[in-house]
Design a protein. Sequence first.
Length: 448
Amino acid sequence: MTIAAIASLEALKQRMQTREARIGIVGMGYVGLPLALLFSEKGFRITGFDIEPAKVETLNSGGSYIVRILPNQIQAAQESGFHATADYSEIAAMDAVIICVPTPLNDYHEPDLRYVTATVESIAPHTREGQLIVLESTTYPGTTEELVVPRLESGNRAGLKVARTPDEPGIHVAFSPEREDPGNDTVARHDIPKVVGGCGPVALELASAMYGAIFRRVIPVSSPAVAEMTKLLENIYRCVNIALVNELKQLCMRMGIDIHEVIDAAKTKPFGFQAFYPGPGLGGHCIPIDPFYLSWKAKQYDFHTRFIELAGEVNTAMPYFVIDQIAAGLNDHSKPIKGSKILVLGLAYKRDIDDLRESPSLTILELLRDKGAKVHYNDPYFPTVGHGRHYALNMTNTPLDNLGSYDAVVIVTDHTTYNYEEIVSQSKLVIDTRNATKGIVSNKILRC
């Protein structure tokens, strides 16, 4: 590396530390926007990139489209220089670019990386020497080096390569997994350690300097693949343990044992046990998806992740188990599902958030419809629900009144705004998939 190049990199590190570096974040969703605000809070001038004009317009007008992010937070970020754009030519002015776009599954439970691919191909023509490009989107080990690097190299106009050694000029690339937990108010974002793996020591050093300016602790690892696998391990750990309690719940129901009482007793052990809780299925972007990313990649190495795949199968089957319980509850009231009027409480994948990604409630609604039920929903965070990659509901929120007119009320998401005692008292039958009615004694409740 030339003396000039070394000086340039040291200058960029210094700008990271003094918060003078220009940072662009691509994808103003549930991961990218909170990250942009965290950087802005620390004094960085942030540019948010998104292909949806409505999001860009809302942000630039000082508004928000995520319930837990208030407009005044957007406006405070604007005072630090934050603005949103759909114009990728502004990438050229950035010192660092962080990619936070969705990585869903396709209809065959295989990785769908079109958003990552499209983003990299869009920014590549505007990249320049010395820039840092970081992928945060959850994905399989190897994505950064096998997908991102080649497209950056083939797409940039200057013929730049990704620098892998200190002596090499070019673009610097790293992977740092997002660790966003919507609705978690107990851990401040800057207190969540940031794992970073770089394509070479300079990329690692730059990414560590950038994240070190806003996070209390940065965890450097030896490669992007290690960082990618770290994220998968974190989420597969949860997936497997949730599958365990989901399966045990079904056994406990047959045995007449309350699984939640069992878990409460087990978690009093001060070592060797961590509590996980059963539910109607998995939601969110990570836990329902990540195991399939790894199992798909493993097949390239002639390796079958049987344990992980089994956990995914157990969790994926939970909405169907809930339907069976609804049918059983209605049967006890001499009612079939077909023609029954059913209210589903809660669409979000977890309580008190406005996030529908992979929510089991969507599957439950569609299954009830398919069986001929007259289905309605109530969720304070969703006045309407239209269609997405895997669902087409086109429904409107139903007011939470006249509960006695429903043959069954199904609690799928346990929002804290619901008064469960009133819900039970006014309903004919309550199917509780979240233990939301804990402590309420009533023969109207079927807990599953």
